[in-house]
Unconditional design. Sequence first.
Length: 108
Amino acid sequence: MIATLLITILIEGLVCAGYAFRYKKPLRPILVTCLFANLFTQPLLWLVLETLFVHYLAALLAAELAIVGIEAMLLYVVPNNRLRWQDALILSLAMNLASFFAGWFLPV
């Protein structure tokens, strides 16, 4: 579980960095928000997947959609991130798509 958390933080941190540089947003607060969001949402994902293992794919999809929403909300409400709601949602979706596809293909 620690390995997947670290890989997720690395991948999503790279997406955040790319986004911040591309759109001239403050890197540090966005990275800190991403880190804390993942410390909350990763255990939530593990809990959902372990609890609903019989319906793994449905649980994974539902959990990932909820995580995109939660992380977007966190990115949006931190004023130092200077993100509009739609920007936070796009960034969260990009972060989670990148980590989802990496996780799907990595043997962790």
